[in-house]
Design a protein around this ligand. Structure first.
Ligand code: NCD
Ligand code: ZN
Length: 349
């Protein structure tokens, strides 16, 4: 059994870095391990203009630990009123690298999202023409659809017809949670890819109810049955370049999680690469971790591979139950990390 693992430095192809004090508190966890990250635009207000994206990138750079070379890759938040010309302008200027489609009200800060996906045709025509990727929160919001079926129904109702109308569209089905999504991506062209989070590889829906109601395991899309988790593990470790790393680390304060109406989101950034390494080891696929974490994402986005390397050492360590992080003014921000209280076998050295 290897005791050390050297990997090309990975990137996170889906993360929520937030803003203000939360940004300052959580950014070091991501910058410690990843060279770049696709940063979600669901702030309040959302990042809908080139000017807002430039300003947000500036705030992220300001909040970086001294000497960090972490590079945020910004995204545009699509609404019913998105101007395709604005998307193109920001893409050509290198301000944002992709855009994000949240069906209206599907998740945290998605109120301003898209209420009529079929009306997006002019936007999608532009994306297809300029080669700008569309990142999808793939869940229907129809309240008559069971929450555990919302991803599968989104694929059938919206994604399949969309890709038929726009065969050249580069799209990423984000944070997939079902065997339906795995099968759909496998059957698609190389223009469709998917990100997979560490939590959906580790937990199934039982985790939310283990011994009581466990808000720290609640996220969207919600974890599904065990058969889906197994399909995700098979996809992530298969060596298929259409499945790559995206943590969907989504911090909410302890108070916002432990509430009568707790927020969706799992804060997995602190031990993300360690979490993926545990899965790949359990699946006897450690030799495929590097491609999943560090190669397939850049190839999809047409970006260079990182030249730096990281080292993981086989040194089991317990994840703290809570993390007291701090903003730049030294104010504490208390968060519960994913794997709270558990022992992970690999550590980033
Ligand atoms: C995300 C958040 O909190 O911003 N929450 C989550 O459960 N993943 C939004 C999202 O990606 O759905
Ligand atoms: Zn997300």
């Amino acid at each position: 059994m290897p005791t050390e693992l050297s990997l090309r430095q990975p990137d996170d192809w889906h993360v929520h870095l937030r803003d203000g004090a939360m940004l300052e508190a959580v950014l070091p966890a991501t910058a410690r391990q990843f060279a770049r990250a696709i940063v979600m635009p669901n702030l309040t207000p959302p990042v809908t203009s080139v000017a807002a994206a430039r300003a947000y990138a500036g705030r992220i750079r300001e909040a970086l630990p001294p000497g960090s070379r972490f590079e945020p890759l910004l995204t545009a938040y699509l609404t019913d009123h998105t101007d395709p010309a604005e998307l193109e302008r920001g893409f050509r200027a290198g301000v944002w690298v992709a855009c994000k489609l949240y069906p209206a009200r599907a998740t945290t800060n998605a109120d301003a999202g898209v209420s009529d996906i079929e009306a997006l045709t002019p936007v999608l025509d532009t994306l297809e023409r300029i080669g700008m990727p569309l990142l999808l929160h793939g869940e229907v919001t129809d309240p008559s659809i069971d929450i555990f079926d919302r991803e599968a129904v989104f694929i059938e109702r919206h994604l399949a017809p969309m890709l038929q109308r726009h065969p050249g569209l580069k799209a990423v089905l984000e944070h997939i949670t079902t065997s339906d999504a795995v099968a759909f991506v496998r059957a698609g062209s190389g223009e469709l890819a998917a990100t997979i989070t560490p939590h959906h590889l580790h937990i199934n829906r039982n985790a939310m109810f283990q011994g009581g109601l466990r808000p720290d395991f609640y996220c969207l899309p919600v974890a599904k049955r065990e058969l889906h988790r197994l399909a995700l593990r098979a996809a992530a470790t298969s060596g298929d370049p259409r499945f790559f790393l995206g943590t969907d680390s989504a911090p909410h304060s302890r108070g916002a999680k432990e509430s009568a109406c707790g927020c969706a989101g799992i804060f997995n950034a602190p031990f993300a690469i360690e979490s993926y390494a545990a899965v790949f080891e359990q699946e006897q696929a450690l030799d495929r971790l590097e491609a999943f974490a560090s190669e397939f994402g850049p190839s999809f986005y047409g970006l260079p591979l990182n030249s730096g390397r990281i080292t993981l050492v086989r040194e089991p360590r317990q994840v703290p139950r809570r993390l007291e992080l701090h903003d730049s003014a030294g104010q504490p921000v208390e968060l519960v990390p994913f794997h709270s209280g558990e022992t992970l076998p690999w550590q980033l050295s």
